[in-house]
Design a protein around this ligand. Structure first.
Ligand SMILES: NC(=O)c1ccc[n+]([C@@H]2O[C@H](COP(=O)([O-])OP(=O)(O)OC[C@H]3O[C@@H](n4cnc5c(N)ncnc54)[C@H](OP(=O)(O)O)[C@@H]3O)[C@@H](O)[C@H]2O)c1
Length: 340
């Protein structure tokens, strides 16, 4: 089967950083599905794993943690899917990724693809949607069904126009919250408004001053989707007493937790690979949330975050997409479709 892999961790301008390779087609066992991949999306995690370092691989390492496709084989213990089902999923960070024509994935973290979306539109969603869903509804414990109560609550989403922000804004609006999203350019500001943000602030300026301009003192929740170090103190200032902050981005410098003490504010991490990496007892929740997301999409409540499509799926196009994601200026998601 066709795949795109790496042996050395090189700058993306280097043609050998990601190359086309032929690999044996795997077989599904246990709870694995074998999926014929139709489309993949590129995430910052792909770029972080590929980032230049001296390590080398003996066998081609396959990256990629978002796919949509069709089930072509099921393991002997599978009971949730059948051959022919159209699916979308992110996968596991500790298994080979989705830049391959056929891919093995545990059925407990796979969802039924939305009927109303194409494979490319669907592949844009899994990783970022799992992240946003878990951050809002598991880590920040927002009760999605309690819309009346949520109407009184505000959330600040830092980095609103990126892959995660684009779906987080829509999910927070669906739950009934007032959403303040940050964006620093006209194009990203327009995009977050189109997705439903009630207010837009610039993440390069003071949050507190901008909140005041919108008639607010502070916010009930903060979801930090970019540069936790840069925003840490501003988040401590902007959070309401007893409020909750969730970040999905690792800090580079130590963070002073004391700045949250007087407010008894909560800080919590979200890492969307936790459930698959540790095979937690509730890992099936990712299947459930992807299925629920498909329903929300099919009734027109949530829309795809796909903004750019490249075709076919081969090393040259994947390198192009990595370079775009590496720029940090992506709006929504970049997807590649169809192996040549
Ligand atoms: N923990 C997890 O499970 C998890 C899951 C997914 C992603 N992540 C991480 O979360 C981060 C965001 O992922 P993503 O897919 O949303 O990224 P992305 O699509 O690459 O984000 C691009 C957006 O980031 C905004 N941005 C750039 N610099 C910023 C800053 N200093 N402050 C706030 N926003 C800024 C840009 O908006 P403007 O152009 O308007 O400035 C741009 O629209 C990445 O570091 C990724 O690795 C973690």
């Amino acid at each position: 089967m066709k795949a795109v892999g790496l042996l050395k961790y090189l700058p993306i301008e280097d043609e050998k950083s990601l190359f086309d390779v032929e690999l044996p087609k795997p077989r599904a066992t246990g709870r694995d599905l074998l999926v014929k991949v139709k489309a993949v999306s590129i995430n910052p995690v792909d770029v972080k794993v590929r980032s230049p370092k001296s390590k080398t691989e003996e066998q081609p390492k396959i990256l990629g943690w978002d796919a949509s496709g069709v089930v072509v084989e099921t393991g002997e213990d599978c009971h949730d899917f059948q051959v022919g089902d159209e699916v979308y999923y992110s996968g596991s960070l500790i298994r080979p990724g989705t830049y391959s024509e056929f891919h093995l994935v545990d059925e407990r973290i796979v969802g039924k693809k939305p009927h109303t979306l194409t494979f490319a539109e669907s592949a844009a969603l899994p990783l970022t949607s799992i992240t946003a869903w878990e951050a809002l509804f598991d880590r920040l414990a927002i009760e999605a069904s309690d819309k009346e109560n949520n109407k009184q609550k505000t959330i600040l989403i830092i980095g609103g126009a990126g892959g995660v922000g684009s779906i987080a804004i829509q999910l927070a609006k669906w739950a009934g919250l007032t959403v303040i999203a940050t964006a620093s350019r006209q194009s990203t500001s327009d995009w977050v408004k189109e997705l439903g943000a009630d207010f837009v602030m610039n993440h390069h300026h003071s949050f507190q001053e901008q909140l005041k301009q919108h008639g607010m003192e502070n916010v009930d929740f903060i979801l930090c989707l970019n540069n936790t170090d840069q925003h840490w103190l501003a988040m401590a200032d902007a959070i309401k007493p007893q409020g909750m902050i969730c970040s999905i981005v690792e800090n580079a410098q130590p963070l002073d937790l004391n700045v949250l003490k007087n407010k008894s504010a909560t800080f919590v991490w979200e890492f969307m690979f936790t459930r698959s990496m540790y095979e937690t007892e509730d890992m099936e929740k990712q299947q459930q949330l992807l299925n629920q997301l498909s329903e929300l999409i099919d009734i027109g409540v949530i829309k795809t975050t796909l903004k750019k499509t490249l075709s076919p799926i081969h090393a040259e196009n994947i390198r192009k997409a990595h370079a775009l994601v590496e720029s940090g200026k992506t709006i929504g998601k970049i997807v590649l479709e169809d192996f040549a």
